[in-house]
Design a protein around this ligand. Structure first.
Ligand code: NAD
Length: 304
């Protein structure tokens, strides 16, 4: 029997709908609209598309959206001045600086200049440390989306074993920390690991975030395992015509014959990232306004 395919599009829509409903209730109650600001430095085409989507989806959820576009050659001082202004701006409850930044800017210093309370990407060292020590904090959007999906399939992570493939600060490490916080037994593999197939065969849950097309093979999987494919890889697609490409994930298509459930690429976790950004913005707004509310969080197991 083939794996259950997790429909990330429907899932993300459900999260956005819930965020939107809650935003409208809270705006009616407080008279204040949650504000999300995005800072874009330079003209990276992928970042441009992503920033436009964030703005559009924030407005659809009833939030105010602010965009700050800065030239690629901006000085660190000017960028930090803008960040300090956004930290103080009462109309902005969450903001992020779109990565990657041009080479002359120190991304870590830029991220750490953001107020941790408004750091809706969850990349500030303070939020990373809090999640790492099991405290409630803003968590990065993509692994939060993975965790929300996993919670619909697993009532309890205790006694389960997970393998996270990839150990970046954006996906792999926060994913592993969240699973560990849920008392899952967690293994983390990366480009220097030499025994990934053996580790994978022990895992009830695999989150693949390496950026290597088709890395995870069907014969790596424990039958019935849950697999979340995070990889986004553009590969040649000669069947579509010369010079054509398609997006593919880190999990080989044949894995669908062995897994119990898969969040595939495309169609899986991708749309959850912006949905979770909106959920994080709503959480930041509630926190800043002192509202005793944890609107869309890991406690919500099933946003559908
Ligand atoms: P990254 O390049 O920062 O990190 C890649 C990680 O994979 C590293 O830890 C590296 O050690 C590991 N790795 C590389 N090759 C490996 C191999 N052969 N075996 C095992 N591990 C290997 O990338 P990232 O930002 O963490 O993103 C990972 C993937 O997820 C990329 O394809 C990216 O496009 C995708 N991504 C998707 C979303 C989304 O769906 N919304 C969001 C973020 C990233």
């Amino acid at each position: 029997m083939g794996a259950q395919l997790i429909d990330g599009k429907a899932y993300a829509q459900a999260v956005r709908t819930r965020v939107g409903l809650r935003v409208r209730e809270l705006v009616a109650e407080t008279g204040q609209t949650p504000g999300l600001a995005v800072v874009l430095v330079g003209h990276d085409p992928a970042s441009e598309i992503y920033v436009r989507s964030k703005g559009k989806q924030a407005v659809e959820a009833g939030m105010a959206s602010f965009e700050h576009r800065l030239p690629a050659e901006i000085s660190a001082e000017t960028l930090l001045t803008l960040i300090h202004q956004l930290n103080e701006d009462t109309l902005v409850h969450g903001f992020l600086v779109q990565l990657p930044l041009p080479d002359h800017l120190d991304a870590r210093a830029v991220i750490n200049a953001i107020s941790p309370q408004k750091d809706v990407d969850g990349f500030h060292t303070s939020n990373v440390g809090m999640v790492g020590t099991g405290q409630e904090a803003i968590v990065p959007c993509t692994p939060l989306g993975c965790m929300m999906m996993l919670r619909t399939l697993h009532d309890d992570f205790r006694g389960k074993t997970a393998l996270v493939i990839g150990h970046s600060n954006v996906v792999g490490k926060p994913m592993a920390r969240m699973l560990l916080n849920a008392d899952c037994t967690v293994m983390v593999a990366h480009k220097s690991s030499t025994n990934i197939p053996q580790l994978a065969r022990m895992a009830d849950i695999i989150v693949a975030a390496a950026g290597v097309p088709g890395l995870v093979k069907a014969d790596w999987l424990k039958p019935g395992a849950t697999v979340i494919d995070v990889g986004i890889n553009r590969v040649p697609a000669p069947d579509l015509g010369p010079d054509k490409t398609r997006i593919t994930g880190d999990v080989d298509i044949a894995a669908r014959d062995v897994a119990g459930a898969i969040a595939p690429v495309p169609g899986g976790v991708g749309p959850m990232t912006i949905a979770c950004l909106l959920a994080n913005t709503l959480s930041a707004y509630c926190h800043l306004l002192g509202l005793p509310d944890r609107p869309i969080s890991l406690e919500h197991k099933d946003p559908t």
